[in-house]
Design a protein around this ligand. Structure first.
Ligand SMILES: *Cc1c(COP(=O)(O)O)cnc(C)c1O
Length: 231
């Protein structure tokens, strides 16, 4: 099933790239394996997938302890500052930076490991009460405040669009995130050159790609529905 699902997702990504006049190589598929067993991850690996996304630090730690092959792990979920210490050298990118305390802690822990951590700023484009992320209006000031950190590379922006049956209704949020990234780049903030937009999930990744996504985060569309009762 995972193999067939991956074929469908790949076909859809190519379709969306074609429609938008983009090259397939501009878009990276992150297979979101949260709550799914290592055996599912291995099936995806057998199909050539090397980039995975998880939303819990403990789950990334457990899975990277078990799977020794070189893979890229993206931390895509809400992150508490006290868990950051487990991520340098384990996660290749943190998608969910949305407050000063968290940014300061990532700087501190990355410095300790003598590495530079790639991060994205999570923006709550639709201003949903239930979601993390900063508002679009706060984003530029936030980026300026954390831009001087030497062990933190602000690669771009991430958003989680509202859950909907109509992907077109999220187009405005994806477009808004792209325009916000372009605006930030136009400000020439020292040390900030954004090249990454993490947007689009199972329900709306094609629209997100049309609006400029460089990372799409697809879980259900690859691994099937998640069962939260067993985790
Ligand atoms: C779970 C999750 C996804 C994947 O969602 P699907 O709808 O299953 O594709 C993407 N991004 C984040 C931040 C997630 O937590």
């Amino acid at each position: 099933m995972i193999k067939e699902n991956l074929e469908i997702v790949e076909e859809n990504i190519q379709k969306a790239c074609k429609k938008a006049g983009r090259d397939r190589s501009e878009v990276t598929l992150i297979a979101v394996s949260k709550t799914k067993p290592v055996s599912d991850i291995r099936q995806a690996m057998d199909c050539g997938i090397t980039v995975f996304g998880e939303n819990k630090v403990q789950e990334i730690r457990d899975k990277t302890a078990e799977i020794k092959e070189p893979l890229s792990w993206h931390m895509i979920g809400h992150l508490q500052a006290n868990k950051v210490k487990y991520l340098p050298g384990v996660a290749c990118m943190i998608h969910s930076v949305d407050n000063d305390k968290l940014a300061a802690e990532i700087e501190k822990q990355a410095a300790k490991h003598d590495l530079v951590m790639d991060v994205l700023i999570e923006v709550n484009m639709a201003k949903e009460d239930t979601k993390f992320g900063i508002t679009p209006e706060e984003t530029i000031d936030f980026v300026k405040r954390i831009s001087a950190y030497e062990h933190l590379n602000i690669r771009g922006l991430m958003t989680i669009a509202p859950y909907t049956d109509d992907p077109e209704s999220n187009r405005e949020y994806f477009k808004g995130l792209r325009l916000l990234k372009d605006e930030i780049n136009s400000l020439n903030i020292p040390g900030v050159k954004m090249d990454t937009l993490s947007m689009g999930m199972t329900g709306d990744y094609m629209v997100a790609i049309e609006e400029g996504a460089t990372l799409v985060r697809v879980g259900t569309g690859i691994f099937g529905e998640r069962d939260y009762s067993i985790v």
